[in-house]
Design a protein around this ligand. Structure first.
Ligand SMILES: *Cc1c(COP(=O)(O)O)cnc(C)c1O
Length: 356
C-alpha cells in the first residue's frame, strides 16, 4: 500500500460524532419526529413526475430562492440556497477565514463551528456563555475586537442550550464589530424572534436558516443564507457548480409553499417542550435550561448513567461526552407525546432507583 499524503491536519480532524443505530425512540438530533404532511407529500409526488432528470438543476433552485426572498421582502440576489445550513456555514468559514485569520463564536454552541474553523485553516476563538448559558454581548464584542476576527458567528436560539439571544444583544454586536457577522437561526421557527430585520441597518450581517428542523426536511439537506448581494455573490463562488440537486430544491420549494401545514406540528412541539420542561423539574437533581426550541438541555449528576440506561432501552438522546462546559448534560429533542412520555418515565424510574 502506498503511503497516501492526506491534507495537513486532516488526520486530527474529529468526525461528526453522533452514534446512530436503529433507535426505538430517536430524540438525539433535533429532527422532527413526524414525516411530511400528507398534502405536502401528494404535491411532491405529482411534481416528481415532471423532473428533467437528465438536466442540471437551474430554475428549480432559482424558484426556491425567489420564493424565500419574497417572504422577507428581499431580492433573489439576497438568497443563497445550499445543502443544509451546514454547507452555508462551511462556506462562510471558508469565505471569511483562512490561514492567520480568527473566527469567533460562543461556547457551548453548535459543535460544527469549531470543525469548520479547522477545515478553513482559520483559528476558532470560542467565547464562553455565562454560567446560566445566556449570551454575554460585551465579552463577545471584546473577543472579536481583541482577536481582529474576520467572522463572528452566533446561534440564536442556541444549540445545544436552547436559549435565545435577545435582539438588543444581537444589535449591540452588529453595531460594535467591524467584520462579517452571521446569525445561525436553525431553530427560529420555534420562537419567531428573528434578526432578519437588523440586516437593513447592518449590511455586514447574515442569517443562516435550514429546512432540517421545524420543516422536518433533514433528509433533503436544504438551507439558505440571507445577506447583502455582494456577500451572496462572494460566498456563492465557494460553492461547486449545481451544488443543490433538483430533488431537494423542488421538495423544499413545495414545503415552503405549504409551510402553513407545519404550523400545528411546530405548535405541538412547543407545547411538548413546555410540558416536558415542567415534568423534568420534578426529577430529583435535574437542572433544566429554559428553551425556546424543539429540544431541552438538562444537567444531572448521573447524566452518563441515565444515558446508558436510555440506550439500553433503545432510546437515543444526545450526550456530549467531555465537550467543554457540557459535562453531565443531555439534550433531548421533542418527539411525539407518547415518545416523550416514554423517555420521561425511563429517566424518572432510573433516578428514583426503580430500575435493576
Ligand atoms: C441542525 C443545525 C444546523 C445544520 O442544519 P442543516 O441545515 O441540516 O445542515 C446548523 N446550525 C445549527 C445550530 C443546527 O442545530
Amino acid at each position: 500500500m502506498i503511503k497516501l499524503k492526506y491534507r495537513t491536519g486532516l488526520k486530527d480532524m474529529p468526525s461528526y460524532d453522533v452514534v446512530e443505530r436503529d433507535w426505538n425512540i430517536k430524540v438525539n438530533a433535533n429532527e422532527s419526529n413526524l414525516n411530511m404532511p400528507p398534502m405536502v407529500e401528494e404535491r411532491l409526488m405529482a411534481r416528481l413526475s415532471s423532473v428533467a432528470f437528465n438536466r442540471y438543476p437551474n430554475e428549480q433552485v432559482d424558484t426556491l430562492a425567489e420564493q424565500i426572498a419574497a417572504n422577507f421582502n428581499l431580492g433573489k440576489e439576497n438568497v443563497l440556497i445550499a445543502n443544509g445550513s451546514s454547507e452555508i456555514l462551511e462556506k462562510l468559514f471558508f469565505a471569511f477565514g483562512g490561514r492567520g485569520r480568527k473566527i469567533v463564536y460562543p461556547q457551548p454552541s453548535f459543535s460544527m463551528y469549531k470543525i469548520y474553523a479547522k477545515f478553513s485553516a482559520s483559528t476558532g476563538v470560542p467565547v464562553d456563555l455565562k454560567d446560566d448559558y445566556t449570551f454575554d454581548p460585551v465579552a463577545f464584542v471584546d473577543a472579536v475586537k481583541e482577536n481582529k476576527a474576520t467572522l463572528a458567528v452566533i446561534c440564536s436560539p442556541n444549540n445545544p442550550t436552547g436559549t435565545k439571544i435577545p435582539l438588543a444583544d444581537i444589535e449591540y454586536v452588529a453595531k460594535n464589530i467591524d467584520c462579517a457577522f452571521a446569525v445561525d437561526e436553525a431553530y427560529v421557527e420555534f420562537d419567531g424572534g428573528t434578526a432578519v430585520g437588523l440586516m437593513r441597518d447592518y449590511p455586514h450581517m447574515m442569517i443562516a436558516r435550514t429546512f432540517s428542523k421545524a420543516y422536518g426536511l433533514a433528509s433533503a439537506r436544504v438551507g439558505y443564507l440571507l445577506a447583502d448581494k455582494k456577500i451572496i455573490e462572494m460566498v456563492g463562488k465557494a460553492c461547486m457548480p449545481y451544488h443543490v440537486n433538483v430533488l431537494s430544491a423542488i421538495t423544499a420549494d413545495i414545503v415552503y409553499q405549504m409551510r402553513d401545514e407545519y404550523v400545528p406540528r411546530i405548535q405541538m412541539s412547543i407545547a411538548e417542550r413546555k410540558r416536558m420542561s415542567e415534568l423534568l423539574k420534578q426529577i430529583d437533581g435535574m437542572e433544566i435550561y429554559p428553551s425556546v426550541t424543539n429540544f431541552i438541555l438538562v444537567k444531572h449528576p448521573q447524566a452518563v448513567e441515565i444515558n446508558k440506561y436510555l440506550e439500553s432501552l433503545g432510546i437515543g438522546v444526545r450526550s456530549f461526552g467531555n465537550a467543554p462546559r457540557l459535562e453531565n448534560c443531555l439534550r433531548i429533542s421533542m418527539g411525539t407525546r407518547e415518545e416523550n412520555d416514554t423517555w420521561y418515565k425511563a429517566i424518572k424510574d432510573f433516578v428514583e432507583g426503580n430500575v435493576q
